[in-house]
Design a protein around this ligand. Structure first.
Ligand SMILES: C[S@@+](CC[C@H](N)C(=O)[O-])C[C@H]1O[C@@H](n2cnc3c(N)ncnc32)[C@H](O)[C@@H]1O
Length: 355
C-alpha cells in the first residue's frame, strides 16, 4: 500500500543491517508503529513471534490479517450460506470465490457514496471527488455485506479481518488522490475511473501467529517484554490520522461527523507525540527507558524532526547506541527545483543494545 514511511522496499536492507550487527537476538519482535504491518509480516515469515500496534484502526485491521493469522481462510460457514451464489472456478480457493461474490454485488448509496463521491455530494459547495459514484456505492455495499456476515456469525474473527483488510488494500487503487487523503484531485485520474474490484491479499502463512493492538503504543511501554523492539515513528509534523482519514472511515464505518473540504473525521485522540520535536524526544526516552528489550531499533531519516545528535544522546543513556545510514532513492529538491542540486535523503537505523 502507498503509505508514508512504508518500509516494504527497505526490508532486506533493514534485515541485513540487523543480522550483521547481532540486533535480532531472540525469537520475539515488537513492531511499535505498525502502519501497513509490512515489517511485522516480514519478520513473522522469518519465524519471529511478532507483536504489533498502531494508533490507527485500519492499521489494526491489516495487522490482524497479516500478523494475527497464519492460514488461508476456509470460509466454511459463509461458504454454506452463499454456496448457491458462488461460482467455483478451476483451481480457485474459497477466499477467491468469496471475493468474486463480493465483486459481483450491487452497489448501494451508503455513507461513502453520500460523503466522498461527486455524485453523492453534488448539492454541497465543493463536491468531494475521492471516488467515482459507482465505486463509492461498491465500497458501501462490500463494507455492509462484510459487517452483515459478521453479525450473522458467518465469519471467524480472522476471516472478518481478512475481508476488511482486502477492502482497505484495494481502495487506494481507485482513489482520486495524489498520495494521501487530505485532498482529492480536481479532475479524475485514470485510476479512479476503473471499476473497483477487490484484489486478494498476499497472506502470510509462515511463522507463528502474532498479536495485534490498536492502541497509542505509548500506553503499552511499561508492559513490553521483547527481544527486538522496532520503532518506526512519524518523521515530521504531518499527522497520519488526517492524511489517511478515508481508510480509517471505511475500516471503522461509524458514520463520523466529518469536516472541511476533504471530510476529515475527528482525530484528537489519534495525534502522535512524534510529530513534534520536543514531545518526540521525550517519548523516545520513555520507550528506551521503560520497555524491556535486548535491542531497540529506530528507523528514521536525515530529514526527521529529531536531530541525530539528540537521538544518540537519549538512546545512549540506556546502552550502546550506533547509527547506520543508507542513501535511499528518494531525493529532496532544492528550493529552485534544480535537479543537479537535489540532495539525497538518508534512511537511518539506530541500533541500541541494552546495557
Ligand atoms: C512511519 S509510519 C510506520 C510505517 C510502517 N513501518 C510501515 O512499513 O508501513 C508511522 C506509524 O506510526 C503510527 N503512530 C504514530 N504515533 C503512534 C503512537 N503513539 N502509537 C501508535 N502508533 C503511532 C502512525 O499511525 C503510523 O502508522
Amino acid at each position: 500500500m502507498r503509505f508514508i514511511g512504508n518500509k516494504t522496499k527497505l526490508l532486506s536492507y533493514i534485515d541485513d543491517i540487523l543480522s550483521k550487527n547481532n540486533a535480532l537476538p531472540g525469537e520475539r519482535f515488537f513492531d511499535f508503529f505498525a502502519g501497513t504491518a509490512s515489517v511485522g509480516k516480514y519478520f513473522k515469515e522469518k519465524g519471529y513471534t511478532v507483536t504489533s500496534s498502531d494508533i490507527l484502526y485500519f492499521s489494526y485491521v491489516l495487522q490482524q490479517a497479516y500478523i494475527h493469522n497464519s492460514k488461508e481462510p476456509s470460509f466454511d460457514k459463509l461458504g454454506k450460506f452463499i454456496s448457491n451464489k458462488l461460482a467455483p472456478r478451476l483451481m480457485s480457493t474459497p477466499y477467491e470465490e468469496v471475493l468474486d461474490y463480493l465483486n459481483s454485488i450491487q452497489g448501494t448509496e451508503g455513507y461513502i457514496y453520500k460523503n466522498f463521491t461527486e455524485e453523492g455530494t453534488k448539492t454541497t459547495p465543493t463536491p468531494r471527488k475521492f471516488f467515482k459514484g459507482d465505486n463509492g456505492k461498491k465500497i458501501d455495499a462490500i463494507r455492509q455485506t462484510i459487517e452483515g456476515w459478521k453479525k450473522k456469525g458467518l465469519l471467524s474473527k480472522n476471516e472478518y479481518f481478512i475481508l476488511l483488510a482486502t477492502l482497505i488494500e484495494s481502495v487506494p487503487f481507485y482513489a482520486n488522490i495524489s498520495g494521501v487523503y487530505g485532498a482529492f484531485l480536481k479532475s479524475y485520474d485514470p485510476r479512479a475511473k476503473k471499476d473497483l474490484r477487490l484484489r486478494p491479499l498476499s497472506l502470510s502463512t509462515k511463522g507463528p501467529v502474532g498479536s495485534a493492538f490498536n492502541r497509542n503504543s505509548m500506553e503499552l511501554v511499561n508492559s513490553i517484554e521483547t527481544d527486538t523492539l522496532y520503532l518506526d515513528p512519524p518523521y515530521n509534523a504531518r499527522q497520519y490520522a488526517p492524511n489517511y482519514h478515508l481508510l480509517e472511515t471505511i475500516a471503522e464505518y461509524d458514520d463520523p461527523e466529518i469536516k472541511g473540504v476533504a471530510g476529515i473525521r475527528p482525530y484528537n485522540n489519534q495525534k502522535s507525540e512524534f510529530c513534534n520535536p520536543a514531545t518526540a524526544l521525550e517519548a523516545l526516552g520513555k520507550i528506551a527507558g521503560g520497555a524491556k528489550y535486548k535491542v531497540l531499533v529506530l528507523s528514521y531519516n536525515s530529514e526527521g524532526i529529531m536531530p541525530q545528535k539528540k537521538i544518540l544522546e537519549v538512546l545512549s543513556k540506556h546502552g550502546n547506541a550506533k547509527i547506520y545510514e543508507v542513501d535511499y532513492r528518494r531525493f529532496k529538491s532544492n528550493s529552485n527545483g534544480n535537479a543537479e542540486h537535489k540532495t539525497h535523503i538518508k534512511e537511518q537505523l539506530y541500533v541500541l543494545k541494552r546495557a
